[in-house]
Write a protein that binds this ligand. Structure first.
Ligand SMILES: Nc1ncnc2c1ncn2[C@@H]1O[C@H](COP(=O)(O)OP(=O)(O)OP(=O)(O)O)[C@@H](O)[C@H]1O
Length: 528
């Protein structure tokens, strides 16, 4: 069972629009509430009502949720939705709402609305006659019986229409005209029906996968506004929890980032570098501030209230300190990180920061500003990825560098296990570039079919040497159908085309037809 608070109340931005004339064409009055509560409840006649009120109090507005209201839910994952009330020529536009809360709220609304269909609405006349004092009661939590009732009513709507019988009746008319009576398109109007005109899906209890106790403790610390760092070994659900955290915070002021493109892609965010816009951060502070004030970047810094950073172990200490200074300067605040709430996650026993040259990278927890920025440190201890206890303890031993002979023997035994998905084989990690090249050459030679060679076209011949030295991709690229490939650049994080994304060549197409079609990838669906 859900708690009423979970499904019946939202905190978000609201705009209430009313058509000022009898028809919608006569101009619109708009009232904007930057922080509002939207509550689902029942009035004195037990009818469903949506109540909108400024969080600071003041007058509220009630909207009756009768059968003609419409829900527009296309942008729910961005924390937005519109409820349209044709009878009163009004609509309530909800925005900047934590997406997970909005989903639960709308599910509660759908179930309660469906379950109360069939009860006749009380007319305005009857309301006035009754003389009952106005009241508003927050909706009770969704229960199994609500869902059952809603689904029973839905199954009636889903039942096939007896068109044949009607047709026969029409044919038997005495006037001989073939008029077939059709079921009325608006006969059983329902907002949910409008979204699914053919068949309504079965409603279920709005319960997402449950967080463990320790995951819940982290979420609560985040929701209380604290700057949190949480860690845990591989598979303890750090990214899973981060996604839940992203869904629980207001989208306009929340930025989900990670140190690498692949990690950013997992939580539906961007890289920390692209959020910050200060390049590698190695330039002097003045220069970084200039970079951070460019249009498009400045807005990140000024609108951000909650900054999420995944895979923090790969963020370098000096870069973190630079970000912290930039945040304070740009936001003109002396608070740590300019008052931005930090939600930081990662495992310092996994990958370290990448640095150029020979200097030893500093871990983020060694940054000068780390201690003043992070208020709470938490650890997830329960591994959720595997249930095989032996394998888990083996991984834990490697994590802390205790690789005994027994551990090595067990690992070597698994070396020949086949690992493949959609033709993409497991990535082999090497310690040196030469080994990488040798392995790739050998694998390519083993493949049948002709070899295709692609030469890079460099517009500035003077810079070719530098580009070749800096770029992870060489001047020539040799491929065959069946070759395993990996992207070495973040092309489009949202589509999964990130540094490290894997694929396999399935075909070569001539000219510009080749764009986006010749590779199969494992991160962005069947074709990239
Ligand atoms: N509360 C939960 N309920 C159900 N499944 C969960 C839960 N928490 C985590 N998982 C699952 O456990 C697996 C590992 O989670 P996740 O990838 O978030 O771990 P991680 O700590 O980020 O790992 P890594 O450090 O390797 O990136 C995933 O398949 C995830 O869906």
């Amino acid at each position: 069972m859900l708690h009423a608070e979970d499904g019946a109340r939202l905190e978000c931005s609201v705009a209430v629009e009313r058509a000022s004339g009898a028809s919608a064409g006569h101009g619109v009055q708009r009232r904007v509430l930057r922080r509002a509560t939207v509550t689902l409840g029942r009035d004195e006649f037990r009818e469903l009502v949506l109540r909108v009120q400024d969080v600071r109090g003041g007058a509220h507005e009630n909207f009756a949720l009768r059968s003609d209201f419409r829900l527009f839910m296309r942008f729910v994952k961005d924390g937005k939705c519109t409820v349209n009330f044709p009878q009163s020529n009004a609509q309530v536009l909800i925005s900047d709402c934590p997406p997970d809360r909005l989903k639960t709220f709308l599910k509660t609304l759908s179930i309660k609305h469906e379950a109360s269909r069939g009860t006749n609405p009380v007319s305005e006349r009857a309301r006035m006659r009754a003389g009952v004092p106005r009241s508003f009661e927050i909706i009770s939590p969704v229960q199994q019986k609500d869902i059952q009732k809603a689904n029973e009513l839905r199954s009636k709507v889903n039942a096939p229409v007896q068109v044949k019988a009607l047709t026969e009746r029409a044919v038997n008319r005495t006037d001989g005209r073939q008029r077939v009576k059709r079921p009325r398109a608006d006969g059983d109007a329902s907002p949910v029906k409008a979204l699914h005109p053919h068949k309504k899906p079965v409603l279920t209890l709005p319960v997402a996968q449950k967080l463990s106790k320790e995951q819940m403790a982290v979420l609560n610390a985040v929701l209380s506004g604290k700057n949190v760092f949480f860690t845990g070994s591989a598979g303890t659900g750090k990214s899973f929890l981060l996604k839940r955290i992203v869904g629980s915070l207001p989208p306009k002021s929340t930025y989900a980032t990670a140190s690498t493109g692949v990690a950013a892609c997992h939580i539906g965010g961007t890289t920390l570098h692209s959020f910050a816009g200060i390049g590698s951060g190695s330039a002097p502070l003045e220069q970084c501030l200039e970079l951070a004030q460019r249009p498009g970047v400045l807005q990140h810094w000024t609108s951000c209230k909650h900054l999420i950073i995944d895979e923090i172990s790969m963020v370098e200490a000096e870069f973190f300190d630079k970000l912290e200074s930039v945040a304070r300067s740009i936001r003109r605040s002396s608070e740590p990180f300019g008052g931005i709430q930090l939600i930081v996650c990662g495992d310092f026993l996994q990958l370290p920061p990448v640095t150029k040259g020979k200097e030893k990278p500093g871990f983020c927890f060694q940054a000068r500003s780390w201690r003043k920025c992070i208020q709470v440190n938490m650890e997830l201890t329960e591994v959720r990825r595997q249930t095989d206890r032996t394998f888990i303890s083996l991984l834990q031993a490697i994590r802390v560098g205790r690789v005994t002979e027994e551990v090595s023997a067990r690992l070597l035994k698994s070396a020949s296990n086949p690992i493949e998905r959609d033709g993409i084989v497991a990535t082999r990690l090497c310690t040196h570039k030469d080994d990488v090249e040798l392995t790739n050459e050998n694998k390519l030679k083993q493949l049948p079919g002709p070899l295709r060679v692609f030469e890079a076209l460099d517009s500035d011949p003077m810079l070719v040497k530098t580009i070749d030295a800096q770029s992870p991709a060489g001047q020539t690229l040799q491929l065959k159908v069946g070759a395993q490939v990996m992207l070495t650049k973040n092309l489009d994080v949202h589509r999964g085309l990130v540094n490290g994304a894997r694929g396999v060549v399935v075909d070569f197409l001539p000219g510009n037809q080749g764009h986006d079609s010749g590779l199969r990838g494992d991160l962005s669906g069947p074709c990239v």
